[in-house]
Design a protein around this ligand. Sequence first.
Ligand SMILES: Nc1nc2c(c(=O)[nH]1)N=C([C@H](O)[C@H](O)COP(=O)(O)OP(=O)(O)OP(=O)(O)O)CN2
Ligand SMILES: [Zn+2]
Length: 135
Amino acid sequence: MTQAPAIPLPRSCEVSQKFFFDAAHTLKRTVDDAEEIAGSRRIHGHTYHAEVTVAGSADADTGMVVDLGHLRNAIQVLRPQLDHHLLDEVEGLGPGTLENLAAFIWRAMAAEFSGLSQVRVWRDGIGDSCTLRAH
Ligand SMILES: Nc1nc2c(c(=O)[nH]1)N=C([C@H](O)[C@H](O)COP(=O)(O)OP(=O)(O)OP(=O)(O)O)CN2
Ligand SMILES: [Zn+2]
């Protein structure tokens, strides 16, 4: 009997962890709609979802790119900096946009995870999102 050829695996594997936080913000808008601009300028809140992804090859011993427990521990440190905060007051964030939230999360996670490959932030209620990728 002939043996089936070994199927090569891609070298890189991505593992992810999701989390969410509730936060308030005000926002300066550039749209024409005066009502939308006024609404965004008032303090209001959103539920934000985020996903952090680390890429690499699975270690031969552990079978893991990174133990997801490390990712969850880092998120546990980061999350209280955003959850139930007025984003306008969060040091180092800038205007509370999806872009700045993704950058803020990126900076916090990249310090610990050299293989950080993607950070995504989105709001289900509105259906918008921002994705930061390493390459
Ligand atoms: N490039 C970006 N553009 C916009 C962003 C952003 O983060 N990056 N964000 C917004 C607004 O925050 C978003 O449209 C929500 O608008 P908002 O006034 O905050 O609230 P809504 O009434 O539209 O949403 P509800 O959840 O229904 O209250 C705009 N552009
Ligand atoms: Zn908003």
